[in-house]
Design a protein around this ligand. Structure first.
Ligand SMILES: [Zn+2]
Length: 143
């Protein structure tokens, strides 16, 4: 997988489906309650649909009711968080508290957009990674 990593947006466009490209590379959002992995309940690993990087373990997945696959933790080093402030959006008049509530989450390996991290999770971590189904690929654990 590594050697096939695209370097340009044109290469990404070839590798990904139009819907994947729109969400992963143009920071789009897929339709809630429609994602193929929303109700996935098997044991396994959720990987980046763009580069295959392992992102989330199935035991961190929970039903947030948001309509998107949700996780209370990411695998160590798998993702990067981009706050609105770090993008310079704090100057656009968004209150810092509101901006802080929606932290963008990207794949640490390829930089593709995955979803957002909120701090209102119901579990002990307090994290709620709200991830677009189209950005994920599920690999079931071998029994
Ligand atoms: Zn990736």
């Amino acid at each position: 997988m590594q050697d096939e990593m695209p370097h340009t947006e044109a290469e990404w466009k070839q590798k990904l489906t139009p819907e994947q490209y729109r969400v992963l590379r143009e920071k789009g959002t897929d339709a809630p309650f429609k994602g193929a992995l929303l109700h996935e309940a098997r044991d396994g690993t959720y990987r980046c649909a763009a580069c295959g990087n392992a992102l989330f373990a199935s035991d961190t997945k929970f039903d947030s009711g948001s309509g998107w696959p949700s996780f209370d933790n990411a695998l160590p080093g798998a993702t990067k968080q981009i706050t609105a402030a770090s993008l310079g959006m704090s100057r656009s008049g968004i209150p810092s508290e509101a901006a802080g509530m929606s932290t963008e989450v990207v794949c640490a390996q390829c930089g593709s957009h995955l979803g957002h991290l909120f701090q209102d999770g119901p579990t002990a971590t307090g994290n709620r990674y709200c991830v677009n189904s189209v950005c994920l690929e599920f690999a079931e654990d071998k029994k």
